[in-house]
Design a protein around this ligand. Structure first.
Ligand code: NAP
Length: 249
């Protein structure tokens, strides 16, 4: 029995990493899935990897007009929305004193404004019982050098999770977050630091993680499935750490 048969899901930033693994799992569970990305080339390359009822939509996460088009296209093709995984995000590192306004604005536009306004435009098309899932990070509860812009964007999302859970709860809509620890995805190749600094930071992670390793995107996807399904029907406003104990022990 497929868990998500006839459910309509949108996953932002689904061309790689956690978004892509989540899309594959939800498709496998019978959902109709809309995958977004900002690169048409990367979206086109997904066609060989996906099975099931899906739609690929090019949408810049920071653009409210793109979010509006994404929602309209989804509703036109599949009907109203049951699952919204606001996953698209970028990671930037800049030490204090070197932080630029444009980096701060870029990080907060993609990581905070985009997810919030996607819910804002999706609101009238959310089915009763819908599940909204934000992708936060352990950095919203732990301090790491050079992460002021990134960590504050994830802390904002954690706060938005609670606010929207309170606001949408009366309609039976649940709003939760997943807080990943270090997860092995392509994000560590997309940053604004010398690669050796990133390698040095990444090499310290296994020692800091209680389970002694990086997590996998599949381990995030199974948590997305849990939060998207009725298995989590009495959970809202929560943030589930999927961090191997990184921020817990
Ligand atoms: N990996 C970790 O250790 C870790 C830990 C905690 C939290 N997270 C969070 O997890 C989420 C997923 O990251 P990931 O690790 O799976 O990395 P990823 O493989 O880089 O996936 C990020 C996805 O978001 C897309 N994206 C980025 N900026 C976008 C924009 N402006 N408009 C539309 N799409 C955009 C990327 O597309 P492009 O490839 O075209 O940029 C990609 O599809 C992010 O929110 C990240 O902050 C990651």
């Amino acid at each position: 029995m497929k868990n998500l048969k006839n459910k309509v899901a949108i996953i932002t930033g689904a061309t790689s990493g956690m978004g892509l693994e989540s899309a594959k799992l939800l498709l496998n569970e019978g959902a109709k899935v809309v995958l977004t990305g900002r690169s048409q080339e990367k979206l086109d390359a997904l066609k060989d990897q996906l099975n099931g009822d899906y739609l690929l939509v090019k949408a810049e996460a920071a653009s409210i007009s793109d979010s509006k088009r994404l929602i309209d296209t989804t509703v036109e093709k599949f009907g109203k929305i049951d699952i919204l995984f606001l996953n698209a995000g970028i990671f930037r590192l800049e030490a204090i004193g070197e932080l630029t306004e444009s980096i701060y604005d870029e990080v907060h536009a993609i990581n905070v404004k985009g997810p919030l306004f996607t819910v804002n435009v999706a609101n009238e098309y959310l089915n009763e019982g819908a599940s909204i899932i934000f992708n936060t990070s352990v950095v919203n509860v732990k301090g790491f050098p050079a992460m002021a812009a990134y960590a504050s964007s994830k802390a904002a999302l954690r706060s938005i999770t609670r606010t929207l859970a309170a606001e949408l709860g009366p309609r039976g809509i649940r709003v939760n977050a997943i807080s990943p620890g270090p997860i092995d995805t392509p994000i560590y190749g997309k940053h604004n630091m010398p690669q050796e600094n990133i390698d040095q930071m990444a090499s310290s992670f296994p020692d800091l993680v209680t389970l002694g390793r990086f997590g996998s995107a599949k381990e995030i996807a199974t948590t997305v499935l849990f939060l998207a399904s009725d298995a989590s029907s009495f959970i809202t406003g929560a943030e589930i750490p999927v961090d191997g104990g990184f921020a817990q022990t």
